[in-house]
Unconditional design. Structure first.
Length: 86
């Protein structure tokens, strides 16, 4: 059976602490490498087309008509022929 002394325990905890720190640094480097290099290279290119200015064609609005001069309510004036003598 191995006898554990306080000195060997502190040496072991220092060793495990160092291993944990090294592993955390390696994980951090891998995460930074993933997000900075590999992940952006596999993105799809999205093109957003902005519509151009919309051309609005004005709709002609009919204007009210005025009756012709001398006529009444939109009817054409009637002309009478002068009476002829025989």
């Amino acid at each position: 059976m191995t006898v554990s002394t306080p000195e060997t325990r502190s040496e072991q905890s220092a060793m495990w602490g160092t291993i944990v720190v090294i592993l955390l640094v390696v994980i951090a480097i891998l995460l930074i490498g993933y997000f900075a290099w590999w992940a952006p290279a596999h993105r799809e290119t999205v093109i957003i087309k902005t519509p151009g200015p919309e051309h609005v064609t004005p709709v002609p609005v009919p204007q009210p008509t005025q009756p012709p001069s001398g006529g009444t309510s939109g009817q054409a004036p009637t002309q009478t022929a002068p009476a002829q003598s025989r």
